[in-house]
Design a protein around this ligand. Structure first.
Ligand code: SAM
Length: 266
């Protein structure tokens, strides 16, 4: 891919997703876009660029963003956040709260929102609780995986065996063991496509906890600040924001108070 073509892709991806591609990403973009072009039998990068912008359905743009961003995730990733979630839910429940709203803002293939759902199901099993976990991502491909809620044995390795057996059905398919999330988890979850780079967002607050982890690393400070302002607006006073352990709000203009690294409170 030549420099000018890389710039065209870079601008398009930034405009549509807020993802900033640094100069060092040229080889990665070239390799990932090249793979997609082979699948479509398109030989030239500029021809593929035109194909993306001409696709009025927007589906190819989703494929492009998908090819460029990484979807790496896991159950119980950065496990302290789920320990904190357990103590917050317990505290709020004991103070009489019955309505809980949690948002997994870049849910990828679902391991994060399903871990939230397991934590919620363990803490708030009493009847009369009004609980919703919203899982969003820009990629319709990963959202389809979320909705399915089916994971191979290796993916669920981080889920403690008792919880795995309580919340997943084990099935055999083509001699492979798969784990399907049970309805009692799925009932707690809602899945929607949402672009974090384009606030304001349509959901109604107030939210109790927002997980916005390992996605702001792709954004520049302008997109990050806009996003943080919107999360702040949607959270209840005393609501929590969890970001990835490698991320920090240091240097960003935001009204959040730091609780500890990667945990913030409104
Ligand atoms: C590395 S995964 C993080 C998954 C999970 N939050 C975790 O920490 O394990 C990053 C996710 O961000 C999504 N993403 C990238 N840009 C986005 C945007 N502008 N709006 C919403 N999601 C975005 C990607 O599709 C991907 O699924």
């Amino acid at each position: 891919m030549n420099r000018r073509t890389f710039e065209r892709f870079r601008e398009l991806v930034y405009e549509k997703s807020g993802i900033s591609l640094g100069d060092q990403k040229e080889a990665l973009v070239s390799a990932r876009v090249g793979k997609r072009m082979r699948a479509l039998d398109i030989a030239d990068f500029d021809a593929y660029f035109d194909y993306v912008v001409r696709d009025e359905s927007g589906q190819e743009l989703v494929e492009l963003i998908d090819a460029i961003s990484t979807n790496v995730t896991s159950f119980y990733r950065e496990a302290q956040h789920f320990e904190l979630l357990t103590s917050l839910l317990t505290k709020w429940k004991e103070s009489g709260q019955r309505r809980f709203r949690i948002w997994s803002a870049a849910s990828s293939t679902g391991e994060e929102p399903y871990t939230i759902a397991i934590t919620v199901a363990e803490c708030l099993s009493e009847s009369g609780m009004d609980v919703k976990i919203l899982a969003t991502d820009i990629s319709t491909r990963v959202l389809a995986k979320c909705q399915l809620g089916v994971y191979d044995a290796q993916k669920v390795e981080n889920v403690p065996a008792t919880l795995r057996d309580r919340y997943f059905d084990r099935i055999q398919e083509n001699r492979q063991t798969l784990y399907c999330a049970k309805d009692r988890l799925k009932r707690l979850l809602m899945f929607r496509r949402l672009n974090l780079a384009t606030p304001p967002f349509p959901m109604r607050g107030p939210l109790d906890v927002v997980f916005c982890r390992n996605v702001m690393i792709y954004f520049d400070n302008q997109v990050r600040s806009r996003l943080l302002e919107e999360i702040y607006r949607l959270l209840k006073p005393g609501g929590y924001l969890m970001v990835g352990h490698a991320e920090s709000l240091t240097g960003l203009v935001s009204a959040f108070k730091t609780v500890r690294p990667s945990v913030y409170i409104k």
